[in-house]
Design a protein. Structure first.
Length: 84
């Protein structure tokens, strides 16, 4: 609910910073499927890099969140993209 309120008030879905790098990476690493879905629906950058895991795909994969991995793959992201 808090994420939804922030997004409705214009929060930048792709803001960078913090331990995880972005909101999508944080939600992916913690298994928050509804938040991942919401962020993707608002145009979150699935290729964004930074934070502890590098990208959201690595975060979800490392933590074993298969449904989130599937959601991220369904966006058509480049699974071969190299981290910087």
């Amino acid at each position: 609910e808090i994420v939804r309120m922030l997004l409705e008030k214009g929060a930048n879905v792709n803001a960078q910073g913090g331990l995880y790098g972005s909101a999508l990476q944080a939600a992916s690493s913690e298994g928050h499927e509804e938040i991942v879905r919401m962020l993707l629906g608002r145009g979150a950058n699935v290729h964004a890099q930074g934070g502890e895991y590098g990208r959201a795909l690595q975060a979800a994969s490392t933590e074993g969140y298969k449904d989130i991995v599937r959601m991220l793959l369904d966006t058509g992201l480049d699974v071969n993209q190299q981290d910087r």
